[in-house]
Design a protein around this ligand. Structure first.
Ligand code: S3P
Length: 426
């Protein structure tokens, strides 16, 4: 699919964004291994989530949709041996978190994924899961992987990188081990797993960068209301910030402090952002956000602890950086090279076609902003967040921008184009 974007005369209105992807995955996975029913409202209905649902169904879990809610009938900690390969599709979260649960199952399963996921590193979870007692076959770093689980021992593990996927895989495996599993990371990564585990009845404690989980809890199904995904909202926030005269209200966005780095960085760049009516859903903070365009943005330097707080928002941030006055430097973000695409090189390559001045660094990029963008043919290269970033850039690029292979947007934000259309008033 090709989408064609031209600069709008106006960009305003209010909307909600789809449910948070990370939280929806976790509600499904925890619901599956709990006792009783888990009812999820406001969930994300997108390809990555369908991958998790398919995998769990193959493991014997009953999942239905009724009145706009997902109903998961908990299977308890022990799942059913799958009759065929489990396919995580494009979803790294599905693959890595599920490996944690499969490590606890006393049977063999095979996990695979699509072309992009098969290239992504898995050793980061396989190695510590092996230490806990799970065994793996084939290339230990890449899907497809054959895992035989059961009889896990707890682990105390220091991860070399701040990654919620590694931490969550180990915590999920830790549920199957007698005793305390401890995961320590260099900086705190998103803590949705910890917050939800506590809600479902696990004993879990967090001390700065360490999480301590007591194994073998009895997990009980819960009602979960999923906040709007800040990673989806980021594209709308940046679009509003760079279009003069815009005013957009985004309702019910999750602003967990370990996810809300994009709000801090856009504010530092000078964007006019207002946070309104904060509340708590379950254990997750939620807010309405108002963004008004027209303020000149200035370049910033981002790195260190901030990176895990906005790792998925860097493609959106790159658009703001291309429009801003001065230089934006993104450091310490080498993880971008192993996302759905090599986001550093693909982003630089595609944005350059639009006239942006971007230099790749091994661990990030330098964007010389304010050069002006001109519409042309660009390609998502199979990456949903790049497709949306390029579309947002098209809103301020002179002439017409055509984004090829844009169907991948369905991985995380199927209503993205209708959301943009609803805000464009001609
Ligand atoms: C996610 C964690 C992050 C993020 C990904 C979703 C999660 O990955 O980039 O999109 O739901 O746990 P890493 O843990 O690999 O940094």
């Amino acid at each position: 699919m090709i989408i064609i974007i031209t600069p709008p005369e106006m960009f305003s209105g209010e909307l909600t964004v789809p449910g948070d992807k990370s939280i929806t995955h976790r509600a499904l996975l925890l619901g599956a291994i709990s006792r009783g029913i888990t009812e999820v409202s406001g969930f994300l209905d997108a390809d990555d989530i369908r991958s998790t649902i398919q995998c769990l169904r193959s493991l014997g879990v009953r999942i239905t949709m009724r009145a706009g809610k997902l109903l998961i009938t908990g299977h308890g900690m022990k799942l059913r041996k799958p009759l065929k390969e489990l396919d995580a599709g494009n979803s790294g979260t599905t693959a890595r978190l599920l490996l944690g649960i499969l490590a606890g199952q006393p049977f063999q399963s095979i996990l695979t994924g699509d072309h992009s996921l098969k290239k992504r590193p898995m050793k980061r979870v396989v190695e510590p899961l092996q230490k806990m007692g799970a065994s793996f076959e084939d290339d230990l770093d890449k899907l497809p992987l054959t895992v035989t689980g059961g009889n896990l021992a707890p682990i105390e593990y220091k991860t070399p990188r701040a990654s919620a996927q590694i931490k969550s895989a180990l915590l999920l495996a830790g549920l199957y081990a007698d005793g305390e599993t401890i995961v320590e990371e260099p900086y705190p990564s998103r803590n949705h797993t910890e917050l939800m585990l506590e809600q479902f009845g696990a004993e879990i404690e967090t001390e700065e960068c360490r999480v301590i989980l007591k194994g073998k809890p009895t997990l009980k199904g819960k009602q979960v209301t999923v906040p709007g995904d800040i990673s989806a909202a980021a594209f709308i926030m940046v679009a509003a910030a760079i279009i003069p005269g815009s005013e957009v209200l985004i309702r019910n966005v999750g602003i967990n402090p370990l996810r809300s780095g994009i709000i801090d960085v856009l504010t530092n760049m000078g964007a006019n952002l207002e946070i309104r009516d904060e509340s708590i859903w379950g254990k997750e903070p939620v807010t309405d956000i108002v963004i008004r365009g027209g303020k000149e943005l200035k370049g910033v330097t981002v790195g260190g602890e901030m990176i895990p707080r906005l790792i998925d928002e860097i493609p959106a941030l790159a658009v703001a950086a291309a429009v801003a006055r001065g230089k934006t430097v993104i450091n310490d973000a080498d993880e971008l090279r192993v996302k759905e695409s090599d986001r550093i090189s693909v982003l630089a390559e595609q944005f350059k076609k639009l006239g942006a001045k971007i230099t790749e660094k091994e661990d990030g990029m330098i964007v010389e902003g304010g050069t002006g963008l001109t519409g042309t043919d660009v390609d998502s290269c199979g990456d949903h967040r790049l497709a949306m970033a390029l579309a947002v850039a098209g809103l301020v690029a002179e002439g017409e921008t055509a984004v090829k292979n844009a169907e991948v947007i369905n991985v995380s934000f199927p209503g993205f184009m209708s959301a943009l259309r609803s805000l464009i008033m001609k």
